[in-house]
Ligand binder design. Sequence first.
Ligand code: PLP
Length: 348
Amino acid sequence: MSFNLDSLTRENVKGLSPYSSARDEYVSDGSTMVFLDANENPFENGVNRYPDPQQRGLKAILAEQKGIKEKNILLGNGSDEVLDLLFRAFCEPKQDNIVTLPPTYGMYKVLSGINLVENREVLLTNDFQPNVEGILSTIDSSTKLLFICSPNNPTGNSFSTSIIEKLLTSFNGLVVIDEAYIDFSSEESWTSKLVDYPNLIVTQTLSKAYGMAGIRLGLCIASDEIIAVLNKIKPPYNVNQLTQDKAIERVLDIKGVKEEVAAILTERSNLTEAFKAVSFVETIYPTDANFILAKVDNATLRYNQLLEKGIVVRNRTTQPLCENTLRFTVGTSKENNSVITALKELSK
Ligand SMILES: *Cc1c(COP(=O)(O)O)cnc(C)c1O
């Protein structure tokens, strides 16, 4: 395999150097320095200063917890910003293409539209695994990014390790593994394989297991070289001070996060058991995430009936391979009990 990051990077991006902000030059170290360089209001209120553009405090904690190096992390305003940066760094509009594997997360397609980059879709197989042959015959010399969502949204399953390895070794572009749900999974994160695959990019988020969807914090974990390219184009203050503070607080409470994840996994099995007793539930798909995809007799009918009972789930019936499916996020036991009660009433 001949991977060459330089040849994948957009011509205009190669020539850029990162914007050097006032806060890049001198980071407050708590000493008695006088900062008159950024036209800030000097009266302290907790957020009167620009935030650290490199989020050093937060990255140090994340790096330690995940067993990676700080220089292999880029943080963004949600993983959605991180994904957008990948398009802007590597995909020439109207020229390059990406490959996505539906049914999957909708943002890849949305971002391809916004960035005017062709989205080539290769359906998953019937057991929701990547179709390796189909993918390999779809990629060409203009394919820059291959998006692999594992565990996959909306199907919930993880992709086979050997299939992902095969794609990493056969494709000379960048393989983006979206691990938004990795903390609910029994599979190991691909971050431990960064040294083996120079074309591997892993994205993660604080929006799901960490319970911080409201602060918008996403991670990109990749080689030094890839992170350096992304740092050239990221907005200098893309992660605000309140987000950095809240994220540090939460990430330090890793025990609390793990307890919540464990509770969600227990609830997930309870919900799965209860679904088995519902007459109109036809298939409950295996899940490695904090949601369950289920095939029912008539998804739109059941969706509307649940809505009437004040329960909002996701109707995935229009997604390929997902006809008549509903996606249920695992809630608190009280919330899940109300779903179960509603389903039992409807199945009478
Ligand atoms: C929820 C989700 C995300 C999270 O995106 P954020 O912008 O970090 O909130 C990313 N990828 C997938 C597949 C998701 O389902």
